[in-house]
Design a protein around this ligand. Structure first.
Ligand code: CA
Length: 429
């Protein structure tokens, strides 16, 4: 197979892209945008602009062999995703070609450029995908061990953890686009040293740094997806913040797992970075011991070297402070195994389903992907250096910004940001 030119590190666009931009010509992540009162439609990011794909299609610039109609004029990516991997790849190759410095089609058409390229500051981004189902995994060994050791010091990892990628069915309706404020949830909590619960706003609101993938292909109910076919089912990746109310969670989670402690809001980044764009950052490992069952065996590189960071800014601070730096390659279970496990019982994956990785934690104290771990259950509050404030959990007004990128030689393939600000709880009578 010919080497994929769309990831060539030496490729350059006729559009000027800063070396620290997340959106060079090698990335071309998909999103849904709107401007003023115009309808939502699909775009890719290039430098600090977006490229209007619906317009390019209408102007006849996109190869239309695999695309039955102008799927880019819709307010979600699902229909494009459903066109399948050959279509994803041919559109990616064509977009790359249009933006490459040697191609004149758009480069020399100033009139079309004015309409097709829009500064990011002038557009509003929307949820890129209609998400029918949402699953959250728990695939970082370090995270599972950290959390387990707080609640079960003698037995941090449950006996099943190394045999299957633990997960739960989450709530899709409350998934929101980056920038949407997050309301502190009310619920039931059991105060320390009490026997009866109270109704209260959560006092232990937390974030979870995760990476998710959108399914781009469906399997029929009753069939399964083999790890060797997983590639065709994964359209692209995004950043996910699985907001979590730890006090509500602690009281409700046994015996059936998290329920209202997670369902009040989940934030996703606006950009979907394709598997093809991430190909140069795929790495192998880890060694899984004990050996997994046959349906979870896989081949190829299924870890991704994606630098991840979390930044926190209180209302008093003038700039955010980085509180976590970790890497997605830390994960124990991978996306191919998650899909194979999800469908081993015949569950039907649908186009647009979101699968989140679980909190990404590394082995250093500043590489933990939640405040529960960073502040170790409140025992080691995080110091906010600018104002002298401390944080065990999130306060009203706090802004949490997650970011992630793959570092290349002189360029970055990134995810942009996933941001949310905490709003005070609603009064409950
Ligand atoms: Ca989670």
């Amino acid at each position: 197979m010919a080497k994929d030119q769309t990831t060539n590190p030496k490729a350059r666009s006729w559009i000027n892209v800063d070396p620290e931009s997340h959106f060079p010509i090698q990335n071309l992540p998909y999103g849904i945008f709107s401007r003023r009162h115009e309808p939502k439609r699909a775009c890719v990011a290039i430098g600090d602009q977006i490229l209007d794909l619906a317009l390019l299609y209408d102007e006849g610039l996109l190869s239309q062999g695999h695309i039955p109609f102008n799927v880019f004029a819709l307010d979600r990516l699902n229909e494009f995703m459903a066109c399948g991997r050959p279509a994803w790849q041919s559109i990616r190759r064509r977009l790359f070609e249009i933006l490459e410095e040697k191609t004149a089609d758009l480069r020399d058409n100033r009139e079309l450029q004015k309409r097709a390229l829009i500064p990011m500051g002038e557009v509003q981004m929307h949820l890129p995908v209609f998400i029918g189902d949402y699953v959250d995994f728990y695939s970082s060994e370090q995270h599972a061990t950290n959390v387990g050791s707080m609640f079960r010091p003698d037995n941090p990892l449950m006996p099943n953890w190394k045999h299957l990628p633990v997960g739960y069915n989450g709530r899709a309706s409350s998934i929101v686009i980056s920038g949407t404020p997050i309301r502190r949830p009310n619920g039931q909590i059991l105060p320390p040293n009490e026997e009866k619960p109270i109704q209260s706003a959560s006092k232990a609101l937390d974030f979870e740094l995760e990476v998710g993938f959108y399914a781009g292909k469906a399997n029929e109910l009753g069939t399964r997806v083999a790890t060797s076919d997983a590639e065709d089912y994964i359209f692209g990746l995004c950043l996910v913040n699985d907001w979590s109310a730890r006090d509500i969670q602690r009281w409700e989670y046994q015996p059936l797992g998290p329920f209202l402690s997670k369902s009040f809001g989940t934030s996703v980044s606006p950009w979907v970075v394709t598997l093809d764009a991430l190909a140069p950052w795929r790495v192998s490992g880890p060694r899984q011991s004990p050996a997994v069952l046959p349906y979870l065996k896989y081949s190829g590189k299924w870890r991704f070297n994606i630098e991840l960071e979390v930044w926190l800014q209180s209302e008093k601070m003038s700039a955010p402070q980085r509180i976590c730096k970790t890497n997605f390659k830390n994960m124990y279970w991978n996306m191919a195994q998650q899909l194979a496990h999800q469908t081993i019982n015949g569950t039907n994956v649908q186009v647009g389903d979101l699968y989140a990785s679980g909190t990404v934690s590394g082995d250093k104290p500043d590489s933990y992907g939640s405040m529960l771990e960073l502040a170790w259950r409140g025992e080691r509050p995080i110091a906010l250096n600018e104002t002298g404030e401390t944080r065990a959990f999130l306060h009203d007004g706090d802004v949490v910004a997650m970011t992630g990128y793959c570092q290349g030689d002189g360029y970055r393939v990134g995810f942009g940001e996933c941001v949310g600000q905490i709003q005070p709880a609603k009064e409950i009578a």
